[in-house]
Design a protein around this ligand. Structure first.
Ligand code: TRP
Length: 74
């Protein structure tokens, strides 16, 4: 199980930030989408089901590899 692994933290810096989970395995596709409004935080792990996360919108993302900011389109 993967419940003792590192967490990633995503803080929305605008309304309507999307956090999209992509499946692990040979077939990579969306399996989960979460919408965050400004100031909301999501704390998540990579699991047996989730190998990648796509973030749309302006957010601050903290991982064990460092901190990065995504930007909004406009
Ligand atoms: N049920 C999903 C899983 O265990 C939930 C999940 C884990 C998730 N990490 C995520 C959803 C990151 C979105 C983003 O894989």
């Amino acid at each position: 199980m993967s419940t003792n692994k590192d967490f990633i933290s995503i803080k929305a810096l605008e309304d309507g930030v999307n956090v999209i989970g992509l499946t692990r395995g040979s077939n990579t596709k969306f399996h989960h989408s979460e919408k965050l409004d400004k100031g909301e935080v999501m704390i998540a792990q990579f699991t047996d089901h989730t190998s990648a996360v796509k973030i749309r919108g302006k957010a601050s993302i903290l991982t064990s590899n460092g901190e990065i900011e995504s930007d909004s389109k406009k």
